[in-house]
Design a protein around this ligand. Structure first.
Ligand code: UT7
Length: 368
């Protein structure tokens, strides 16, 4: 059975920074309260040209460069997102087109902030089953578009950004090991965008009452998160046949410093075993774990051979964890063609395909 190695990682965040002081000019809050209650100092906000697909495509290309692969080598794209470009088509398909991953199947995965864990689990299992060889897992968000900037309960927490991993099949032991995914829909009302779906389609009333924004019972989500983080970590470690002491690093979903502190206390592990960068990005939902991983690698906190657990929780309610042995980057080959060139040529291919469909329509007629 092939192993699923993590051979590429990349991230993309908007350059615009929104500080706590900036938010205190919009709602009744202050830097001290936000830092003490969440650990967040600032977050990134997408500009009008950026979207979940554009950030996701940039993160994907960065991950492909590390893995020394081209977009055309990818056979599956899983895009975990809570803020898709549309209800359909999938944001994964828009990213597929943007990066020119012409041989890839592509779909979105909706598990809120646990989405990246769910995506990694699905992607690595597709490789373990022999169905796919090179899988791109992306977590990408433009949460700022779904925030009520008058609601201090939510607007202080979230930020925009994207991260991506490349998973590759290998006969060598390593990569993804034990994983768990859990859900409890009885808590589906605790964190939700109530309108815009089939249950409550967008209407003048839903717009007037702000039901197209994120609504959250912060206290309840907090209690749930502190309950499940440690348990899911232990499950993934035990499924891998490891012990907690074997872990070099835990990369948790970056939601609130106090939630991570509580997990560390429950697991009786020191805080230096936890990667934390939420102070600079806030909660970027599905993107938080891959963004934190990229920075952990950059800071030398995650090295080849290290045992690591990725653990998250989110709306749904959902939670899960995946244990992996960190592979590190592959030996680079001397490629004539480079992954970063693809986003320049892919739009030309896209336009030609649209033009081809137009000509086909004219020749064969638009009526059946
Ligand atoms: O990916 C999952 C995403 N969601 C989460 O992870 C959310 C988890 N929950 C949390 O992180 C926390 O519950 C929050 C940060 C949202 C809130 O922190 P808290 O410590 O649970 O605050 P609270 O809601 O209990 O409010 C405490 C006080 C209240 O005042 P009173 O009633 O005690 O006078 C609030 O009105 O703080 C007040 N408050 C604020 N004050 C200044 C609530 N939000 C703010 C604010 N600035 N932004």
């Amino acid at each position: 059975m092939p192993y699923a190695h993590i051979t590429g990682w990349g991230m993309s965040v908007p350059s615009k920074v929104l500080t706590n002081d900036d938010i205190s000019k919009m709602v009744d809050t202050n830097d001290e309260w936000i830092r003490e209650r969440t650990g967040i100092r600032e977050r990134r906000i997408a500009d009008e040209r950026q979207s979940s697909a554009s950030l996701g495509a940039e993160a994907a290309i960065a991950a492909l460069k590390v893995a020394d692969l081209l977009p055309t080598d990818i056979d599956l794209i899983i895009c975990a997102t809570s803020t898709p470009e549309h209800i359909f088509p999938a944001t994964a398909c828009i990213i597929q087109d943007k990066i020119g991953a012409t041989k890839a199947g592509a779909f979105d995965l909706s598990a809120a902030c646990s989405g990246f864990i769910y995506g990694l689990t699905m992607g690595s299992q597709a490789i373990r089953a022999g169905a796919n060889k090179n899988v791109l897992v992306i977590g990408t968000e433009t949460l700022s578009r779904f925030i009520d900037w008058k609601d201090r309960n939510t607007c202080i927490l979230f930020g925009d950004g994207a991260g991506a991993f490349v998973l590759q099949a290998s006969e060598q032991a390593g990569g993804a090991y034990g994983a768990v995914m859990h859900s409890d829909g009885s808590g589906s009302d605790l964190l939700t965008i109530p309108a815009g779906g089939s249950r409550t389609p967008t209407s003048e009333l839903t717009l007037r009452t702000g039901m197209h924004f994120i609504h959250m019972d912060g206290k309840e989500v907090f209690r749930f998160a502190t309950r499940v983080m440690a348990g899911a970590t232990i499950e993934a470690v035990e499924k891998s046949g490891w012990k907690l002491e074997d872990l070099s690093l835990i990369v948790p979903h970056q939601a609130n410093q106090r939630i991570i502190d509580a997990a560390a206390r429950s697991l009786k592990l020191p805080m230096d075993k936890f990667m934390v960068n939420l102070d600079r990005y806030g909660n970027t939902s599905t993107a938080s774990i891959p963004i934190a991983t990229v920075e952990a690698v950059q800071q030398g906190k995650l090295r080849p051979g290290d045992k690591v657990v990725f653990v998250g929780f989110g709306a749904g309610l959902t939670w899960g964890a995946l244990a992996a042995e960190w592979t590190g980057p592959k030996q680079a080959t001397r490629r004539v063609v480079k992954a970063e060139w693809f986003p320049w040529f892919a739009p030309i291919r896209s336009v030609l395909r649209r033009f081809g469909r137009l000509i086909e329509g004219i020749i064969f007629g638009r009526k059946s």
